[in-house]
Design a protein around this ligand. Structure first.
Ligand SMILES: [Zn+2]
Ligand SMILES: [Zn+2]
Length: 89
């Protein structure tokens, strides 16, 4: 058991795993945050239509889910960030 980085509550891995369910490739270990401090937005990824994870400090919903972002980095060799470049779209 580890405490949440944000609010210091002990992380309930069962609840967090449930919350992360739409993000198949992410697990409790990737976060260090409790379910209350993790923000998941369903159906928001512009690539796969899956759920996206809103990182700490981001106020806008990302355009890419973590899996599609990682995909892009692999394919193009550069990190697109969380948001689609509207100029090139
Ligand atoms: Zn928390
Ligand atoms: Zn995606």
């Amino acid at each position: 058991m580890q405490p949440c980085h944000n609010c210091q509550t002990v992380i309930d891995e069962y609840i967090l795993d449930k919350r992360l369910e739409p993000l198949r490739d992410l697990t409790v270990d990737d976060f260090g945050l409790c379910a209350d401090c993790v923000t998941i937005v369903a159906d928001a990824c512009v690539e796969c239509g899956g759920a996206v994870y809103v990182p700490d400090g981001e106020s806008e919903t990302p355009d890419f889910c973590p899996a599609c972002r990682a995909d892009r980095i692999e394919r193009t060799g550069h990190d697109p960030g969380w948001h689609r470049d509207s100029a090139s779209a």
